[in-house]
Design a protein around this ligand. Sequence first.
Ligand code: PMP
Length: 412
Amino acid sequence: MFDPKLIRKDFPILSRKVNGSPLVYLDNAATSQKPRQVIQALVECYEQYNSNVHRGVHTMSMEATDRYEAARQKVADLIHAPSVEGVIFVRNTTEAINLVANTWATQNLGPGDEMVVTEMEHHSNLVPWQKVTAQAGATLRFLPVTPEGTLDLTSLDTVINERTKLVSVVHISNFLGTINPVNEICRRAHQVGARFMVDGAQSVPHMPVDVTDMDCDFLAFSGHKMMAPPGIGVLYAKPSVLEGMEPFLRGGDMVREVWYDHATWNDLPMRFEAGTPNFADAIALGVAVDYLQALGMDNVRQHEIEIGSYALQALGEMEEVTIVGPTEARLRGGLAAFTTDVHPHDLGTFLDQEGIAIRTGHHCVMPMHNKLGLAATARASFYVYNTNDEMDTLVRGLKKALAYFGSHALKP
Ligand code: PMP
């Protein structure tokens, strides 16, 4: 049975106090906490078999290689990738997107071509494309966002057209919480012969994602948001697409044969993993995937719908709070960004004194904040170990903060 109170016991950090109060960790969209199993996997690696992978004939190197490759298989299974050839270990979502920008996009975008993202992108799925489209003489176009925070798909067929070569869309917005209809957008992209990429930083850790069903060409996500250490992430790509791509980084491990004047490339996926990979963290990511699979991704999603509904209702009942994005928990991921009359940074600092960790600022989604006329927002984001009691603590903390700042407001 899925029980957040039991799950919490696996996360040592959740029993610490912050500023004298029990920690209420509501910054999971920034990074998640790690269960004991993942921490233990790292300790085990460094205490028992730490050795470079794909190189040695000695026992420990083979053990490390086997575990590294087993982690790749676990990731492939999680996202329903047909084979491990399309699972490339990178540092994070940002690196995965930059890999595609610096390989597929630079190879395939030319003058007059178009590429499409949405208005709600994280900077990671915007800034790399600004550079490659400008260099190619191509145009970066945007699927618009409605005032309710959902994608306006009335212009789907005009924004994505015969000139479009690549479409890259955030699956769950880390600011609005919106779950975007990636299957529908993928179909349209393929209809015009464009490639389709998904920024899965907020979806893969929180809901079932099936790349075979979606038929996306690329999917990027980060281990640190799904219980694994920072510094390990994944680019999934269709092997047929990878076959046509030039390597990104060049050096050891990604080559088959090297002469003084040229080299040939290794098989997939190694061709895109130059140099010693972050095998220890990849192995820990495999353990995090095991943990999530044992919980069941459907259950993870269901929990976030439930806690999301509870949070939306509790925050919605507060007159001073305005929630950004769709109002229904089923239409959004497990996070809620909101504004009050108090500056989010003041709110965040006040809540921290109560042991409550939320994120404040623009959450790396500056253009969408600007479009909504907001400089910053406060954001509470949930994961498997968060409880309704913690939502109550957040609401109590917010009320206390608003009362404090209300009475300390500078009168004109
Ligand atoms: N995209 C989205 C939607 C995100 O939420 C984040 C992390 N906040 C990223 C991309 C970037 O992830 P990372 O910093 O792990 O590369």
